[in-house]
Write a protein that binds this ligand. Sequence first.
Ligand code: HEM
Length: 505
Amino acid sequence: MYFIQLNQMFNFWKATIMTKKKLTTASGRPYSEKQDSMTAGPRGPILLQDYYLHEQMAHFNRERIPERVVHANGSGAFGTFKVTNDISKYTRAKLFSKVGNECKVLARFSTVGGEKGSADTERDPRGFAVKFYTEDGNWDLVGNNTPVFFIKDPKKFADFIHTQKRDPRSNMQSQTMRWDYWSLNPESLHQLMTLFSDRGTPDGYRKMNGYGSHTFSMVNDKNERVWVKYHFKTLQGNHTLTDQQAEELKGKDPDYAQRDLINAIDSGDFPKWALKIQVMTEEQAKSFRWNPFDLTKIWPHGDYPLIDVGVMELNKVPDNYFAEVEQAAFNPSNLIDGLDVSPDKMLQGRLLSYPDAHRYRLGANYEQIPVNRPICPVHNYQRDGAMTVNGNHGSAPNYHPNSFDDIEADKSHKVPPMKLESDIADFYDRNENDDDHYTQPGLLFREVMNDQEKKNTISNFVGAMSQIDGPKRDEIINRQLGHFAKADKELAMEIAKGLKFDFKA
Ligand code: HEM
C-alpha cells in the first residue's frame, strides 16, 4: 500500500544524483553551513548576522496559508478531457465544437466539513471540482458527488456550515447542532437521504459520481439558451463503504482516499468519468413540476435523459501538492463562451463567494498562480497588487478606452438576455411547489434504494441521531421524524424504532 511513496523518493534521487547543486538562500547566496548556527564561541550565543538562520525560521513561520473555509481536506490530479459526442447544437463553446477535441484538466476531490488533515472517510458530501484549461479560458465545474444540496438560498450557507464544523464552546463536532439545524430546515431532507445512505461514505474518490448539481445554461451559435445539468459518471463503478468500514478506516488510514487516488494513477490505472448532460428547454422549464432552478431537486432522468458529452481521465499526480492542489482556486464564475449561469439562487451566491474566498486565501492575483493561469492570453486593465508575477502587462496602457492598444470587448460573446419572472425586488416567500421537500426524498427511498440500501440508510440515520443530546433532544428528534414521515412513513417509523423513540406519525 505504501510502496508508491517510497518509489517516488527513489525516482527523485535517481533523477537528481548526477547533477550536484549548491545550497542557497532564496536570493541565491550559497550556504557554507546548514546544520550549525553562527555563534560567539562554541556554546553560543547566536550572532544576529546569521541570515541563513533568520531566513529559514521566518519562511517556516509563514508556510501555512488559510485553509479553505469548507472543503479543506482534498486530493488533486491532472488529466485530460476528450469530447466523444457532438453537443454543438446546444453550445458554441469551442471545446465542444467537434468530437475528438481535448483539453487538460485538474480535478480536486474533497470532504466538506473537516479541517485539512481530517479523515477521508467521514460521512460528508465529497467535492468534485474540475478545472478545464480550454483555449477560450478556464472553465471550472465546481460540483459535489451528490446531485442536490442541503439548502436553496445562499443566505443560509454560513449558518448551515457552522453546524457542520465545531461547537463554539466544546470545540467538538455536534450531532445536536446538525439535527437541530436540519430539522428546522426541511429543504435539507433530499440531501440527507443521500448523505445517510452509503453514498455518504464513498470508497475513495475514484468510485463515485460527480454532479454540477446546479442548473446551468448553454448558449449556441444562434444565441439560443437551454438549461443544463452536468453529471460525471464514474467508469470505475460506484462503490461505497458501510458506516462500520468508514469508521474503521478513519483510525487505520485517515488518508485512505488520497492514497487510493495516488496509488491508482502512479501504477497506470487511470480513473475515468463519462461527462453527460441533461437538457431542458426554456419552454419545458415553464411547465416543470418543480422550480427547475431549485438545488434541492433533481430533474427526473425519464423526462430529461442523460446525453453523452465526453470522457475525463486523470493520469498525473501533481509533483507538488501545495503548489498545484492547495493553491488551486476553483470558481463557478469561471465560465467560457457558450456556457452560462441560470437564476439558481445558490449558484448566483457562489459566483460572488469563491473569487472573494480566493482573494483572501491566495491573494488578489490568485489567477496568476501557475495552476490557475489560463492557457489562453489574458488582456485586461487589472494592474498591481501583492504578488504580481505576470509582468503586469509591461508598458501597455492601464486604462480603457485608450488610443494605443487594440483590445476590444467583443459583442459576439454576448449571451441572450434572461427573462425574469418578476421585476419586483423583495424577500419572496416560496410558492407551494418550492416547499415540497418531501416528494423526491420519498421517491428516492421507495423507488431507487434496494432493501439493503434502505436498511443501511435507516441504520446510519439512527447512529447519527442517537448522538443528539441535551434538553432539546426530544423536540429535535420529534421534529426531524415529522419530516421523514412526510417523505415516507415506513422510513420515519423504522428510525423511531431504532432510536427507541415514541413517535406518532
Ligand atoms: C469550496 C462557498 C455551495 C462545492 C468552497 C469555498 C467556499 C464555498 C468559500 C472555499 C473556496 C476556496 O477557498 O478555495 C460556498 C457557498 C455556497 C456553496 C457560499 C452556497 C451558497 C456549494 C455547492 C457545491 C459546492 C452547492 C456543489 C454543488 C464546493 C467545492 C469546493 C467548495 C467542490 C472545493 C473546491 C476545491 O476543490 O478547491 N465553497 N459553497 N459548494 N465548494 Fe462551495
